[in-house]
Design a protein around this ligand. Structure first.
Ligand code: G6P
Ligand code: ZN
Length: 578
């Protein structure tokens, strides 16, 4: 008899049992599939690609191979953002988990679990790790994208040492260890056992809600949300946060059911692009810029980790949002009442947070793009609040960015600042919170220009050109009215484990603190997406409320000129501006 784990023999017809779980296992022969490289946030491809041959199974088996003996007897969690193919994919993954020696798998009901909820779940249940079936904010459906990512024991996105290993395994894989068990009914909460293997279908909201209740004062929030003069609107974009928003904002906090827009999660997100920014969340933007706008407007993405915060006719840039949350956290949010341990932002993110750290005397870290870089800092107790310009905000309650957390932070700030305002009085608004912040710290105007789906070769050429500009530009070089302080290709040495991440973005830092940064996206699924990040600081009181596009006009021109972006890509304007 052969037991699972001895992968040297390919025996497709012989059914065996794993020693640990006594589940019958088939060894199914397979062949490597090109291009299963795991990017910034897992593997993302067209849904049809994922549905073809053993595409999904190969990657998952490669992951289990990469993890090796560690997985035997462990429990795994599984869920996703509800996109097309998720339920079928879950059945395949359950069989692979059983076939590879896991003792138990938790599956979110209907194969649903938002990314931050998964991170919370892994931590609360002490699961070995979790798989999230999502392509985040990319559209879903048979013609669109599917994806899968792995989160590790602390609930954090898989570190590079694992993702690199997975890729290695995908290039030599020859066998799938599939348990020979029937499909499990994922529509009902409960436990099913197969020999020594257990499948537990769980409520995907309960554990997450329990974690959020440890962070926020739900009583104070409820008192505020149910005020007659308060209104909020949350746009779930037909993605996974619909049911979460209903449970948390409506059922727990008493918001009106109409506060949730596009709250029914759909496998194709209603044909939309579930990315909470000014371009794709246009319904919400239109509403908030109309007279019917709510005091707080918010949206989240496909899998619930991103967020956008709006006031009435007012946009809070994510770089500002994390800084404003950090500045107000200790006073407004119980979890932070002892003060923050430290704060962190990704390199391209606007530098408002740096000023908060300086003023509050907090350790500050500048990491490469990608949430995974925050995890080590948090595990080492050096970071409480962190965020990215890419609409990600979070804290060390979990190890993922957290869309609903960000909304609850803003609700907490508003609730606290309005605690002494009588109903019908002049409420402190989102815009007031921002104005107060800028008045204290000055304002870092920030904007990002995205050029999506460019030809890859053209994008690479442009980046090479920018590298040559860096090489030829010593400190003191003038770019328009801006004098260069330093320019480089950003490199990060993790202060905890000493690992080095190179090539993380081409940046120009000017003597007045202004910055221009170029990066190629690590999450696109077609061609190359160029991201150009622009930042300029002012403490001129008369300019604090200026429109960012107006304030940044000159430096944007400098960036376009120095990169020759238009010449290389043939694009005369970006596809998305945030
Ligand atoms: C994902 C990660 C974020 C990261 C973003 C960058 O959303 O979770 O942490 O900021 O990707 O995406 P990009 O397309 O700019 O590489
Ligand atoms: Zn996401």
């Amino acid at each position: 008899p052969v037991v699972a784990g001895s992968r040297s023999r390919v025996l497709s017809t012989i059914v065996m049992a794993t020693a640990a779980t006594q589940v019958p296992v088939k060894e199914v022969p397979t062949k490597p599939i090109d291009g299963q490289k795991t990017g910034t946030s897992g593997l993302r491809k067209k849904t049809k690609v994922f549905m073809s041959d053993n595409y999904l199974a190969n990657w998952v088996q490669s992951l289990f191979n990469a993890l090796g003996d560690e997985v035997a007897g462990q429990s795994l969690a599984l869920g996703g953002d509800g996109r097309y193919f998720g339920k079928e994919a879950a059945q395949i993954i359950v069989k692979l988990a059983a076939g590879n020696g896991f003792k138990k798998i938790y599956v979110g009901k209907d194969a649903i679990m938002a990314t931050p909820a998964m991170s919370a779940f892994i931590r609360r249940r002490k699961a070995y790790g979790g798989l999230i079936m999502s392509a985040s904010h990319n559209p879903g459906g048979p013609e669109e994208d599917f994806g899968i990512k792995f989160n590790y024991t602390a609930g954090e996105p898989a570190p590079e040492k694992i993702t690199d290993k997975i890729y290695g395994e995908t290039t030599s894989i020859n066998t799938l260890q599939m348990a020979d068990i029937p499909d499990v009914d994922l529509s009902k909460v409960g436990v099913t056992t197969f020999g020594g293997f257990e499948v537990e279908v769980v409520d995907p909201i309960a554990d997450y809600l329990a974690t959020l209740k440890e962070v926020f004062d739900f009583g104070m929030l409820k008192a505020f949300v149910t005020r007659a003069d308060f209104s909020m609107v949350f746009d779930a974009m037909h993605a996974v946060t619909g049911p979460y928003a209903k449970a948390i904002f409506v059922e727990e906090l008493g918001a009106k059911p109409e506060s949730i827009k596009n709250g029914v999660a759909l496998p194709d997100f209603g044909g939309g692009h579930p990315d909470p920014n000014l371009t794709y969340a246009h319904d919400l933007v239109e509403l908030q810029w109309s007279d019917a706008g709510a005091m707080l407007g918010a949206a989240s993405d496909g899998d619930g980790d991103r967020n956008m915060i709006l006031g009435k006719k007012f946009f809070v840039s994510p770089s500002d949002s994390v800084a404003m949350i950090a500045a107000n956290a200790q006073a407004c949010i119980p979890y932070f009442k002892g003060g923050l341990k430290g704060v962190a932002r990704s390199m391209p993110t606007g530098a408002a947070l740096d000023r908060v750290a300086a003023k509050l005397g907090l350790p500050f870290f500048e990491t490469p793009t990608g949430w995974k870089f925050f995890g080590n800092l948090m595990d080492a107790g050096k970071c409480s609040v962190c965020g990215e310009e890419s609409f990600g905000t979070g804290a060390d309650h979990i190890r993922e960015k957290d869309g609903i957390f960000a909304v609850l932070c803003w609700l907490s700030i508003l609730a606290y600042k309005n605690k002494d305002v009588p109903v019908g009085g002049q409420l402190v608004t989102v815009e007031d919170v921002a104005a107060e912040f800028w008045g204290t710290y000055g304002r870092n105007f920030f904007s990002r220009y995205d050029y999506e789906a460019c030809e890859s070769a053209a994008a690479e050429k442009m980046m090479d050109h920018v590298r040559s500009v860096i090489a030829a530009s010593p400190a003191g070089t003038k770019f328009g009215a801006f004098e260069l302080a330093t320019a480089d290709d950003f490199e990060y040495t993790d202060p905890i484990d000493g690992s080095v991440a190179k090539g993380q973005g081409l940046r120009f830092v000017f003597t007045d603190g202004s910055r221009i940064i170029f990066r190629l996206s690590g999450t696109g699924s077609a061609g190359a997406t160029i991201r150009m990040y622009i930042e300029q600081y002012t403490d001129d009181k008369a300019r604090l409320k200026e429109d960012a596009q107006v304030a940044l006009k000159d430096i944007i021109k400098v960036a376009l000129d120095l990169s020759k972006l238009q010449e290389f890509t043939g694009r005369d304007k970006p596809t998305v501006i945030t």
